[in-house]
Design a protein around this ligand. Structure first.
Ligand code: SME
Length: 150
C-alpha cells in the first residue's frame, strides 16, 4: 500500500491551522505520520534540551533511548549536522543506537527555526531502505510546520 504524501502533508498543515500547543503539535504530527504511512513502524519526536535530545511523543515500541547526547547515534548526528540523514541499513551504520531488533532503516529530520535545531523527527522502519526522496520532502515539510509551533 502506498500513501498519498500530498494528502498527508495537507493533513498536517490543517492540524496547524488553529493555534496549538507545542506538545499537541508534536503529538498530532506523530499520530498522522504513524497512521498514514504503513512503512513507518516507529515515529517519534525528540526535543533538543541543552546538549541532549529528549524523547517526546512517540508511537511504536518503547525505546531505551529517551535521552541521547548530541554526539551519539544517528539522532545525534542529524542534530549536529543540521541535516536529514537516511540510513538504508541500520546494521551497517556504526552510529546506530538500536531501539528494536526489527528495525532495518531509519530517517532523522531536524526541526529547525532560523538555523537553530529545536529537535527532530525520527522514524524507523522494519523494511530495508524504506525512505526515499518523497519521505524526505514530506518530513522536511512537517518539520518546517512543527518549527513554527515548537
Ligand atoms: N536509532 C536512533 C535512536 C533512537 S531509536 O531509534 C528510537 C539513533 O541511532 O540515534
Amino acid at each position: 500500500m502506498t500513501s498519498d504524501y500530498g494528502l498527508v502533508e495537507r493533513e498536517i498543515r490543517d492540524a496547524f491551522a488553529a493555534p496549538i500547543s507545542a506538545t499537541d503539535a508534536m503529538r498530532r504530527v506523530v499520530e498522522i505520520l504513524k497512521a498514514r504511512v504503513p512503512a513507518y513502524t516507529w515515529v517519534g519526536i525528540y526535543q533538543l534540551i541543552g546538549d541532549e535530545l529528549v524523547l517526546g511523543p512517540f508511537l511504536g515500541a518503547p525505546s531505551p533511548h529517551t535521552r541521547i547526547p548530541l554526539g551519539r547515534g544517528i539522532c545525534g548526528a542529524a542534530a549536529t549536522e543540521r541535516s536529514t540523514i537516511i540510513v538504508d541499513n541500520v546494521h551497517s551504520d556504526p552510529r546506530y543506537l538500536a531501539c528494536s531488533i526489527e528495525t532495518q532503516s531509519e530517517i532523522v529530520v531536524p526541526v529547525m527555526r532560523n538555523g537553530t535545531v529545536l529537535g527532530e523527527i525520527d522514524i524507523d522502519s522494519d523494511t530495508p531502505a524504506a525512505f526515499g526522496p518523497r519521505d524526505k520532502q514530506l518530513l522536511e515539510a512537517a518539520a518546517a510546520l512543527l518549527a513554527v509551533n515548537m
